[in-house]
Design a protein around this ligand. Structure first.
Ligand SMILES: Nc1ncnc2c1ncn2[C@@H]1O[C@H](COP(=O)(O)OP(=O)(O)OP(=O)(O)O)[C@@H](O)[C@H]1O
Length: 556
């Protein structure tokens, strides 16, 4: 089935009732058929500019892993796929073609009307030849993997649509809201493919590589894959910075190792030291792909991709946000990818997360407002191991965190902090204490904005607005996960970078159905949306019609 654009989806956008119905089943309202536009390839930064920008990024938004030593970076350029892979790839291509045919035949047994209504209900757009599966029984995976899925009722929309093409060997771009099960969307096919191919008896054989932007996300994804792969005898290793390399090098010697999950800096570092080789990687995942392809990581990602099997590689990109600026670059790493969008191609937030925007005339009032909100939503201490609600407070600057921490501790809250100035051990302890309910409040920079799946986060508070609206979408996506609901409160002062983001934020808030929350922004700020500047084509501007009101979704 090829679904390019669907008028029925457009019609579906309008009604409140329908939006509500969709939101109750992990679906996303509204459609948008994105087009591949000339994007910002970020290829023209001078080395000086690049250095300056990286320094700034490290100071402000510490999501990046540690930079590579100069020599290691130089060496990374030298990697090419070995000639033997070209020979292998022919057979591989043949096998994949056959599998694709079989997968299509298998899925075509689904009732077409049911499939069509599933696509419409969940506002799914697919560019490519895909028939989604509607039930776990429709995919052919080992019983041990079925066991992993047994705790869930049905596949989420992104899983339903991405499993058939991935199992058939296709490249995929998968865009779906935060907390919608993207990890297993790529994890299940990765493990199924490994289970179907025997590991050669000798040498290191890393066949699956997942690259993530932060250490904590890499660890989380590794834990998920390790648990699901264990009954199949498949091992995963996690490589990330800030910790001892020797232990990681040792773990790379495990005979059952077939999966590596890691952050770019440490992956390159260890590959350049010869501790691991990615030449057999034929299943490459860029998780949080837009972040991985933006200026901060682009060069490292190019080098990593250059080290993997070139012809025989399946390349996957998953995220909740997919800005124009990375689309062209992403396409350059993939072969005829299937693009699956659940919901809108435009920037969109999880509709089950309520959005409240507090606009401040005087930023000094933020502290008292934070305490007022916490009083309403957060108990000062919670019972470890319980499912009592927790609160995640995001700051932008690393040096803001200790101040906010002091403020909250002074009021008797059990608090922990997670940011780039904290040692890796302390970062992991903080996250673990928050996850297990030992503490009820986590104060974090954007290092915790993407991907982390923390149970029982009831409220996200943005104490300082992030540098991009994409980061805002990811931050508030730490609540309302796996079909649950959540709440976010965002402080907005209009200071520094914030003013220029007011229009884009108002648009996201409106399109999520919380338009009234954007009123304060509309009253005080210019609603012009400045598109990201293209190196060749300059900036594009788009006015939003502030007279068009959105509809508020009320959840049962
Ligand atoms: N089929 C399913 N049904 C219900 N819940 C699921 C299903 N698959 C995964 N989940 C659960 O949904 C939660 C969110 O999944 P996951 O962390 O993969 O989200 P994500 O889409 O990657 O989010 P983000 O964009 O924030 O990275 C997890 O707790 C996961 O166990």
């Amino acid at each position: 089935m090829t679904v390019e654009t669907s008028d029925s989806l457009k019609k579906h956008k309008k009604t409140k009732k329908e939006k509500k119905a969709m939101s109750s089943e992990n679906g996303l309202p509204k459609e948008s058929i994105g087009t591949l536009e000339m994007s910002d390839l970020n290829l023209h930064d001078t080395p000086k500019k690049e250095k300056k920008r990286k320094r700034k990024e490290a100071d402000v938004n510490d999501t990046a892993d540690e930079p590579l030593p100069k020599k290691a970076r130089k060496d990374a350029n030298a990697n090419e796929a070995s000639p033997s892979e070209a020979k292998l790839s022919k057979e591989e291509r043949k096998r994949r073609k056959k599998e694709a045919k079989e997968a299509l035949e298998a899925t075509s047994s689904a009732v077409p009307e049911r499939v069509q209504s599933f696509l419409t209900k969940n506002a799914i757009t697919i560019h490519g030849d895909v028939t989604p599966i509607l039930d776990f029984s429709q995919i052919d995976i080992p019983a041990a993997l079925m066991e992993t899925l047994s705790k869930f009722k049905e596949p989420t929309p992104i899983q339903a649509c991405s499993w058939p093409p991935l199992l058939a060997g296709r490249d995929v771009v998968g865009i779906a809201e935060t907390g919608s099960g993207k990890t297993l969307a790529f994890g299940i096919p990765a493990l199924a493919r490994l289970a179907a191919t025997e590991r050669p008896p000798k040498g290191q054989n890393i066949n699956v590589l997942v690259v993530a932007p932060t250490r904590e996300l890499a660890i989380q994804t590794h834990d998920t894959l390790l648990a699901a792969g264990k009954p199949l005898g498949i091992t995963s290793v996690c490589l990330y910075g800030g910790t001892d390399k020797e232990a990681q090098k040792k773990s790379l010697k495990d005979k059952k190792l077939r999966i590596v999950v890691g952050t770019p800096g440490r992956l390159l570092d260890l590959a350049n030291e010869g501790a691991c080789s990615f030449e057999h990687v034929s299943f490459l995942v860029l998780d949080e792909a837009d972040r991985m392809l933006d200026k901060g990581f682009e060069n490292d990602i190019r080098k990593i991709i250059g080290m993997t099997a070139q012809d025989a590689r399946q390349t996957l990109m998953f995220s909740a946000t997919w800005p124009d600026s990375v689309r062209r670059l992403a396409a350059s790493f993939q072969k005829d990818p299937v693009r699956i969008t659940v919901g809108q191609d435009d920037l969109t937030a999880n509709h089950r997360v309520e959005q409240v925007i507090d606009v401040f005339d005087d930023p000094r009032e933020k502290d008292s407002k934070l305490l007022k909100i916490l009083k309403q939503v957060q108990k000062k201490s919670i019972t470890p191991g319980s499912d009592e609600s927790r609160t995640l407070v995001f700051v932008l600057y690393k040096n803001e965190a200790p101040r906010v921490e002091q403020l909250l501790r002074g009021q008797g809250y059990s608090v922990c902090v997670l940011h780039g100035n904290v040692s890796q051990d302390a970062r992991l302890k903080a996250l673990n204490d928050f996850k297990t309910g030992k503490v009820g409040v986590l104060i974090a920079t954007d290092v915790a904005a993407r991907g982390l799946d923390i149970p029982n986060v009831g409220t996200v508070i943005n104490y300082t607005f992030p540098l991009t609206v994409e980061d805002y979408v990811h931050r508030i996506g730490r609540t309302g996960r796996g079909g649950r609901e959540g709440k976010s409160v965002t402080f907005f002062t209009g200071e520094k970078h914030e003013k220029a983001l007011a229009g884009e934020l108002a648009k996201v808030v409106r399109e999520s159905g919380f338009d009234a929350a954007a009123e304060g922004l509309r009253q005080r700020f210019d609603m012009t949306i400045k598109k990201k500047t293209h190196n060749v084509y300059g900036a594009h501007f788009k006015e939003i019609d502030s007279t068009v009101k959105g509809t508020k979704i009320v959840f049962d």
